[in-house]
Design a protein around this ligand. Structure first.
Ligand SMILES: Cc1cc2nc3c(=O)[nH]c(=O)nc-3n(C[C@H](O)[C@H](O)[C@H](O)COP(=O)(O)OP(=O)(O)OC[C@H]3O[C@@H](n4cnc5c(N)ncnc54)[C@H](O)[C@@H]3O)c2cc1C
Length: 461
């Protein structure tokens, strides 16, 4: 800190310009606050540059590849001649670059002081960057997360990679082992299978996307099996050996798998080491910064948002937390976030989407649960698209909807309605009286609620 230049004080100094940090900056500036936003790499963070956006672009290319393969099924003469990764990357990078430029423009237009550099907390109200001290009435920590690995598995970025490398590949591997069958692992498995690779997922828990309702996981597993994606469940890796042109993974159950590359997708850890957080007296747990329901740390004036805190690691959670902090600082007294009401999507083929409680969680919390599963086979649009899947509703007996769990093509787009239903505590009978457009997938949402309200139309029983 000695010899560092002092910059005039800001209302907020934010470390990290990812989803959480930039949302806080934009909202604070909108509320008339002076803001310094410090970013070591590129504004937009993980989501824009190596997370949500690139993976969804890859998944869209994957969908087009499958469309080309399956054209004849729909009477369209087409064939799949292969993947041109130069073309895929140019499309993907074009999307990222347009969004990045747009975001830079937004930051500029709101008169936010954007500082490029690596920030370090040097006192309870100041951050040092590039030899300058930025002092804030409030400090917001938004340094995000990194891809974790397991002991004994060294990421080399070539044969053994994480999602960071997976979003930037310039070739399609012949075969891949995906270690970790959570959201990120399943999305990459889906992409690579569509691109023509042999894919095997190894998951230590009993199911793929194990945080979802068990019924959704089972349907995804069935669909993946049908697509020829292999997986081993309840299986832990014992050792990983790099050979000249392959990686070998031996499991604790004695089985061995070999593939050209290994994607390690075993979760993400908080970026909080060596940043002065502990020295400032901030309470951490396994590296996560602990906060209350308004994202306040235990140190007055210091806040934390996004993947750095132990809430769901999702871009829209980061946005919501960033805006919450901005509004709290501006004295608007916003309501805390209801994390149960946050929508979740795995954008694989098929998609898995949900909001609210799983059956297991609803029962654990003591709800008297009723359930209904509407099979997409009865939905006209699902038949047209050729997708299988379902919408499962979980409700309190004679009460509100507690959870909506969906599997199938494009079901992520149905979450907007599911989210309103859950968060406005609608009952099946309330939704059953709403008219849904025909033929859309959203009709299945209406049908499911009609069936749960005791008046099924296009449903047996
Ligand atoms: C492969 C993948 C796919 C994903 N897909 C989705 C999805 O489809 N939907 C979804 O909602 N979420 C998705 N996520 C999660 C989402 O990307 C994160 O939840 C989100 O980016 C978290 O935002 P954040 O601001 O907390 O952290 P980050 O986005 O990680 O941003 C933190 C920023 O802080 C900067 N930084 C760190 N330390 C310093 C420092 N000392 N000084 C200055 N700057 C610093 C970093 O450079 C970074 O830009 C995905 C993640 C991955 C990895």
């Amino acid at each position: 800190m000695n010899g560092a230049i002092r910059v005039p004080e800001f209302d907020l100094v934010i470390i990290g310009g990812g989803s959480g940090g930039y949302a806080c900056a934009l909202r604070s500036a909108q509320l008339g606050k002076s803001v310094a936003l410090i970013e070591a790499d590129k504004v937009g963070g993980t989501c824009l540059h190596r997370g949500c956006i690139p993976t969804k672009a890859l998944l869209h290319s994957a969908e087009i590849a499958d469309g080309a393969r399956e054209g004849t099924k729909f009477g369209v003469k087409s064939s799949f001649d292969g993947i041109d990764m130069v073309g895929v990357n140019s499309y993907k990078d074009g999307v990222i670059s347009r969004l990045h430029k747009g975001l830079q423009g937004l930051i500029k237009s709101r008169a936010i002081t954007y500082v490029e550099g690596y920030g370090k907390l040097v006192s309870k109200n100041s951050v040092e960057v590039n030899g300058e001290i930025y002092t804030g009435k409030n400090i917001v920590l938004a340094t995000g997360s990194f891809a974790k690995t397991l002991p004994g598995i060294e990421i080399d970025g070539k044969q053994i990679i994480t999602s960071d490398h997976g979003t930037k590949m310039d070739y399609v591997p012949k075969s891949v082992i995906v270690l970790g069958g959570g959201v990120i692992g399943c999305e990459f498995a889906s992409v690579w299978k569509s691109f023509g690779a042999d894919v095997t997922i190894i998951e230590g828990l009993a199911h793929l996307v194990a945080l979802e309702d068990e019924s959704s996981s089972k349907q995804l597993e069935r669909a993946f099996r049908k697509r020829g994606i292999n997986f081993e469940l309840g299986a832990f890796s014992k050792s990983v050996t790099k050979k000249k042109d392959s990686v070998e993974v031996t499991l604790e159950n004695g089985k061995t798998f070999s593939a050209e590359i290994l994607l390690v997708s075993v979760g993400r850890g908080p970026v909080s080491a060596n940043l002065g957080y502990e020295e400032a007296g901030i309470t951490l747990d396994r590296g996560y910064v602990l906060v209350d329901d308004k994202c306040r740390t235990n140190v007055p004036g210091i806040w934390a948002v996004g993947d750095l805190i132990p809430t769901q690691q999702l871009a829209h959670v980061g946005f919501a937390e960033g805006m919450l902090v901005a509004e709290e600082i501006a004295g608007l007294n916003p309501s805390p976030i209801n994390y149960d009401g946050v929508p979740r999507v795995t954008y694989s083929d098929p998609e898995v989407a949900s909001v609210g409680l799983t059956t297991a969680e609803a029962k654990r919390r003591g709800h008297d649960v009723v359930e209904l599963t509407y099979d997409l086979a009865g939905n006209g649009k699902a038949q047209i698209l050729g997708t299988a899947g379902s919408i499962k509703l979980i409700a309190e007996k004679d009460g509100p909807i507690l959870g909506v769990h969906m599997v199938g093509a494009r079901v992520g787009e149905l979450l907007a309605e599911a989210e309103l239903i859950f968060n406005w505590e609608a009952r099946a009978v309330d939704v059953a009286s709403l008219v849904h457009a025909h033929p859309t997938l959203s009709e299945a949402m209406g049908e499911a609620h009609m069936a749960l309200a005791g008046k099924p139309l296009h449903a047996h029983g």
